[in-house]
Ligand binder design. Structure first.
Ligand SMILES: *Cc1c(COP(=O)(O)O)cnc(C)c1O
Length: 437
């Protein structure tokens, strides 16, 4: 299987090259040349078995193909349970990994692939990752103490939750964390500028672990495949997914899964007050804008990178409108939804999942009853205890992996939103370890 740039089909590479490069040389994003059609009858829908079937065609002919079992053993070492909420609605819990958010799937697979991808260059690899809150922790956890790889995490200072910040800054050793005076979009811009900078590229061998990396997207197809197969086996129906969305990596995986022939009905993109995507679907006009801060901060994206891949798959607006719908949910509705669903079902959503739960509540009765729905739960509520606990009026128990990280000291370097400040901090990290705060 070859991977092509969204901009120029002539840039074709193997999976390991796409994973090592992160972004195509023309600035485009790598997409598989074709989406393999899966034979999906009589399935064992356990996650690792499905992972093998879904990912093997993408690895065909690539050096990573022979190591797929080892990669999956490392990366898919936790479950994605599907639990009933009410008649016609399940929740797909993607938060049982080491950092309690769905980003663990992509980050762990990417780390396992990069550790095995043949390198053209003998310099140690430096993974740059801009994060709106959850990616950075997942990537840091996945790469921590891996030999020959360093990770540099950039996050917007003051715009992540206290527990997310702890997960971004608690690592040390080969993980360096920079807090940026700016937004997630500024962090993403610095990463892009660093890639484009000749002096920096001469000094470091950079790769990206952002959701633009194909190695993060492909494993996300797996849980849509497994969940949709399980729903069909149990109910005889296709699964319709509601996906809390920001940079559109998770939603893109759902679209790819459906295009691969899996039994998936509707796909609803649930956005917070950052409404670039809902507005685009409504008006047909693409107007990326600065992000606004919301309670669902990991979705505060004003210019979602993966839109380029979505439009590659669904090039014109009518095709897109037929394939997905999108809603935007304000903070007040997030709070109200967390409270209402806790009272009604006893379940506590994280603010991101609550955006999806609100999108479900806003479906017409007719549309709700016509389909079997799956709400994608993207993070554990205890990561956002300062938001969730006052709303539900009780403490949210902390999962053991998160509790362990909360004990560790923080190490973080403050930078401003410029490439120069980033370059200086890189220099300082190379000469002495980042300071402890
Ligand atoms: C990253 C993240 C999202 C948004 O996912 P995208 O792939 O960027 O659309 C939603 N919820 C949580 C908890 C996240 O960490």
């Amino acid at each position: 299987m070859r991977f092509l740039s969204t901009r120029d089909r002539a840039h074709a590479v193997s999976l390991s090259e796409a994973v090592a490069r992160g972004i195509a040389p023309d600035g485009g994003l790598y997409v598989p040349e074709s989406l393999p059609q899966l034979a999906i009858e009589a399935h064992d829908s356990s996650l690792r078995v499905v992972a093998r079937e879904v990912l093997a065609p993408f690895c065909a002919g690539d050096p990573l193909g022979t190591q797929l079992d080892a990669i999956l053993e490392e990366a898919f070492n936790f479950e994605a349970p599907l639990n009933a909420v009410e008649e016609g609605l399940d929740v797909l819990e993607l938060f049982h990994g080491p950092t309690s958010a769905f980003k663990d799937f992509g980050a762990r697979t990417l780390a396992a692939m990069l550790a095995r991808a043949p390198a053209a260059d003998s310099r140690p690899l430096t993974i740059l990752v801009a994060t709106s809150g959850d990616t950075g922790g997942a990537v840091a956890a996945a790469f921590h103490r891996r030999p020959g790889v360093a990770v540099v995490v950039l996050y917007p200072r003051g715009l992540v939750s206290p527990r997310q910040e702890q997960q971004l800054t608690c690592w040390g050793e080969n993980v360096h964390t920079f807090s940026v005076a700016g937004t997630f979009d500024d962090c993403q811009r610095i990463v892009k500028e660093a890639f484009a900078s000749a002096p920096l590229a001469a000094r470091w061998r950079f790769s990206s672990a952002n959701s633009i990396n194909a190695g993060r997207l492909l494993p996300q197809v797996v849980y849509y495949a497994a969940a949709s197969l399980a729903v069909r086996q149990r109910t005889g129906r296709a699964a319709s997914f509601i996906v809390p969305s920001g940079n559109l990596g998770n939603a893109l995986a759902a679209l790819w899964a459906r295009a691969m022939g899996l039994p998936i009905g509707e796909i609803v993109l649930a956005h917070n007050a950052n409404r670039t995507v809902p507005d685009f679907i409504r008006t047909g006009q693409w107007h990326p804008r600065a992000s606004v801060a919301t309670l669902a901060s990991a979705m505060d994206v004003g210019n979602p990178s993966n839109m380029e891949r979505v439009r590659h798959l669904l090039p014109d607006i009518e095709t897109l409108r037929a394939a997905v719908s999108a809603v935007s949910v304000e903070d007040a509705a997030i709070r109200a939804r967390i409270r209402a669903d806790f009272e009604r079902t006893g379940r506590i959503w994280c603010p991101h999942t609550a955006v999806g739960a609100e999108a479900y509540a806003r479906l017409s009765k007719e549309r709700r009853e016509r389909r079997h729905w799956v709400l994608v739960a993207t993070a554990h509520p205890s990561k956002f205890s300062e938001i969730v606990e006052p709303i539900v009026g009780r403490a949210v128990p902390v999962p053991a992996p998160l509790a362990a990280l909360l004990q560790l000291p923080r190490r973080v370097t403050a930078i401003d939103g410029t490439l120069a400040s980033f370059a200086q901090a890189m220099q300082d990290c190379a000469s002495h370890p980042c300071s402890t705060h």
